[in-house]
Write a protein that binds this ligand. Structure first.
Ligand SMILES: [Zn+2]
Ligand SMILES: [Zn+2]
Length: 103
């Protein structure tokens, strides 16, 4: 069974979560979290998600954001996290939806 490590935000009401890749060592997960904006400098915490760290706003609604698991908003090209601002590229099959040749 593969252990997947995750980092949670230590703000009481915040539900932010950063999930590492299966099999990744904790140190790599910590670096990955740092890269997307987490404040995880102190090993024993408190840890802050990108949104709490940068904006002082807690993540209250869960969604698809790979950086904080926050809710995302659909943009013209892809999606952006409402909380940390992380941008998700559009899925390939969504690109096929548009048909500019329709005349
Ligand atoms: Zn947070
Ligand atoms: Zn986010």
């Amino acid at each position: 069974m593969t252990m997947i490590q995750a980092i949670t935000c230590d703000t009481d009401i915040c539900i932010a979560l950063y999930v590492g890749q299966p099999g990744q060592v904790p140190e790599l997960i910590r670096l990955g979290a740092q890269r997307v904006g987490w404040d995880v400098d102190r090993l024993d915490g408190p840890h802050r998600c990108p949104s709490c760290h940068r904006n002082g706003e807690s993540v209250l609604e869960a969604g698809e954001c790979p950086a904080c698991r926050g809710r995302t908003t659909t943009l013209r090209h892809g999606e952006a996290c409402q909380y940390c601002g992380h941008v998700l590229p559009p899925l390939p099959d969504e690109l096929d939806d548009e048909d500019p040749t329709d005349d």
